[in-house]
Structure formats: structure tokens, C-alpha cells
Design a protein around this ligand. Structure first.
Ligand code: F6R
Length: 367
């Protein structure tokens, strides 16, 4: 039901505080993570049996997978790789019962991910599905299902699915790291606290960005090209922001790792070309500032997105949007909000049907 909203996409963006609450429901108690589905699975397949994790997905689910990998890299001591399901099926490395394949799929019906999970199983790997549909084909194939519990997502563009997927992947990373050596009890404690407060932080983010977004969306007016840049997790977020702008505003939006722009893309930066610079990772901000300065020498029009209270970008960008701060590992959830809203407003201003973009379907049942 749309209730008072013009579009499902807007409804789903705005309901993220409650979808995240539902994703987290009963999964953090007394500052501990509880994932009974994973608990059961690892009882049957002891954690020590695994040598490698592969995370696979498509589109937005692939982007959540990359963030999940980065979180696991910080928390676990064994290798985690991310692949596009459509590539993984036909080009995977050696697989065996020592491999754990985590499939991320909102619908649970995406053909690319379904064939990939079958391929993983045929090669002896154990599988976990993170999905919003417990009764889907992918869920049926998996050895373990961890439901996202985000509630149905109607708009073609994934919004609340993305934030719930990263949340589940964070919980799973924390759950797994209980079974190995903890990086430091304090680190885990801080991360759990941050994950637990996500619904509140996302609510604050919506309040902070919703008013500013109208003028922010004007940055895309009359533009056909737009660049998004970031480093580390902000680069992954840039990929997701670009995908949203492509699918609902039909903008030729491209994401680049900020340090790479000078290796070729800089040739496309001419006066006025809009660039969204994401700077939410404290240890990478200085480098981001110098990358932004390079763009400004070519007169690109740079809009920065950074944490409230941080003035590192103030003097180097043309416009700035502030968002609340949380643990850097889960900042891609918070910082996704203004990008989702930007895509929504840019699409509606152009008069497009943002809920049903041209040439796209909600679940893609062909490879
Ligand atoms: C983008 C989008 C798609 C899906 C992709 C995978 O907004 O919705 O990129 O993320 O088709 O779909 P699921 O997660 O259902 O497997």
C-alpha cells in the first residue's frame, strides 16, 4: 500500500528506520549478537572446516556484498572474496567443502544468483542465503537462510534492501568473529553498539537530508553525466549511488575510486561537470581533500557529502551535505540515504516513473 506517498521508492526510502529495526529485531541482546540460523548451521558445519568465504550477488546486492567483505576483512582472519553471481558461475576458482558461499539476494529469485548457488553446491561448497524471501528458490537451495526481514520491497530500485543486507552482513561478521579471535573486545563492542543504533541514526539522517535534497537534486538538472568518487567504503557507496541514478534518473552516472580519477577520467572533467565526493571515512579524508582539489583545478562542480562537525571539505567543495556520524564500517548505510533521495528526486523532476524504470524488472529470472 502506498498510503500517502507518491511512489513506493520514496516510501521505502523513508521507512528505513523501521525496516532496519525489524532486521535487527531480537538479534542484539545484552550487547551480544544472536543469529540462531547461523548458530545452527555452524553447529552442523564447524567454522574450522572453512578456509575461504565467497560473497556473491548482483547489482545492489553485489554492492552490499563488497561492504560485507570489507567488514569481514576487519573482523576475521581468513580470506573473503566478492564476485558478481553472473561471473562466479562460469569463472570461479577452486571450490570444495572448505568454501562457504554467501549469496545475497533481496528477491531470492535472481537467475544469476540461483545458477551460482547451484554451481557452488555442485562443487561441494556450503551455502548461506541472505534474502528477503524465505520461500524463494535461492532460499530453498541454501544450507542456511538468514532472512533480511526488511518487509516487501515494491519499487524496482533496491533501497531498504541495501541497508538491511549490509546490516545482516555486519551481524554475520560479528557472529563469525565470536568463533575466532576477536580483533579487540572494545572494537566489537563499539561496532555492536553502532549497529544497534542504526534505526535511530538513519532516522536522523532522513531528517537532516530531506530538506536539503531538493536543492541538492538541482545539481543533476540539465546534466547527462555525473561522477561519484570516494575512497575505501565510500568508493563502494559511490558504485551504489551511481547505479541508483542510472536506473531511476537515466543519468550517465559513473563511480570512481577517487585516487584513480587522475589516471584517465580527469580528461572528462570540464567546467561545471558535477561530481559527488563522498568523504565519510576518517582515515581517508586528507587524501579525498587532495583529490577534490585536483577536480577543482579543472573547474568541476563538486558536491561533498561528509560527517556533521567535520570541516575538512568546507573550503574545497562548491556545496556540502552533512550526515550524522557512526562507526566508519557502517557509514555506507547512513551515507546511502542522501544518494537514494537524490536519485528519487532527480528521476521524479524529470517526470520518470521511478517505481518502474524503463527496461528493468524487479526480479530477473533469466541469466
Ligand atoms: C538496483 C537493483 C538491482 C538488484 C539486482 C539483484 O536497484 O534493484 O541491481 O539489486 O537485480 O536483485 P536481488 O537482490 O533480488 O537478487
Amino acid at each position: 500500500l502506498l498510503n500517502d506517498y507518491d511512489h513506493f521508492m520514496l516510501k521505502e526510502i523513508l521507512e528505513q528506520p523501521s525496516s532496519l529495526k525489524s532486521t535487527l529485531n531480537n538479534r542484539i541482546k545484552n550487547k551480544q549478537v544472536y543469529l540462531p540460523e547461523a548458530e545452527l548451521f555452524f553447529r552442523e558445519h564447524p567454522y574450522q572446516q572453512f578456509r575461504k568465504i565467497d560473497i556473491i550477488g548482483n547489482g545492489t546486492s553485489y554492492h552490499s556484498g563488497i561492504i560485507g567483505k570489507s567488514i569481514m576483512d576487519k573482523l576475521l582472519s581468513f580470506p573473503v572474496e566478492v564476485s558478481l553471481s553472473s561471473e562466479f558461475t562460469y569463472e570461479h576458482g577452486k571450490l570444495s567443502e572448505q568454501h562457504l558461499v554467501i549469496v545475497v539476494s533481496q528477491s531470492g529469485e535472481t537467475a544469476d544468483s540461483l545458477t551460482a548457488i547451484k554451481e557452488a553446491k555442485a562443487n561441494g561448497a556450503k551455502t548461506i542465503a541472505i534474502t528477503n524471501n524465505k520461500r524463494s528458490n535461492i532460499a530453498r537451495q541454501a544450507d542456511c537462510i538468514i532472512p533480511m526481514n526488511a518487509g516487501p520491497e515494491q519499487a524496482v530500485a533496491a533501497t531498504k534492501a541495501y541497508t538491511s543486507q549490509i546490516t545482516v552482513l555486519s551481524l554475520l561478521a560479528i557472529h563469525l568473529c565470536k568463533k575466532t579471535e576477536e580483533p579487540s573486545p572494545n572494537f566489537i563492542k563499539e561496532l555492536i553498539e553502532a549497529v544497534q543504533t542504526l534505526p535511530e541514526i538513519v532516522k536522523q539522517t532522513l531528517v537532516m537530508t530531506e530538506d536539503a535534497i531538493d536543492s541538492f537534486a538541482q545539481v543533476t538538472n540539465d546534466q547527462t553525466n555525473l561522477f561519484l568518487i570516494g575512497r575505501g567504503l565510500d568508493y563502494v557507496l559511490a558504485l551504489e549511488g551511481a547505479l541508483k541514478l542510472q536506473e531511476v534518473a537515466y543519468l550517465h552516472a559513473n563511480a570512481y575510486a577517487a585516487g584513480e580519477v587522475k589516471h584517465g577520467t580527469m580528461a572528462l572533467i570540464t567546467p561545471g561537470v558535477p561530481v559527488i565526493a563522498l568523504a565519510t571515512q576518517p582515515h581517508l579524508k586528507d587524501k579525498m581533500v587532495s583529490n577534490i582539489r585536483e577536480l577543482k583545478t579543472r573547474d568541476g562542480y563538486v558536491v561533498g557529502i561528509t560527517n556533521v562537525g567535520d570541516d575538512a571539505l568546507t573550503d574545497v567543495v562548491d556545496e556540502i551535505m552533512y550526515i550524522p556520524e557512526t562507526h566508519p564500517l557502517i557509514m555506507p548505510i547512513v551515507a546511502a540515504i542522501p544518494l537514494q533521495l537524490l536519485a528519487y528526486y532527480s528521476g521524479t523532476v524529470r517526470g520518470y516513473n521511478v517505481d518502474r524504470p524503463r527496461n528493468l524488472a524487479k526480479s530477473l529470472t533469466v541469466e
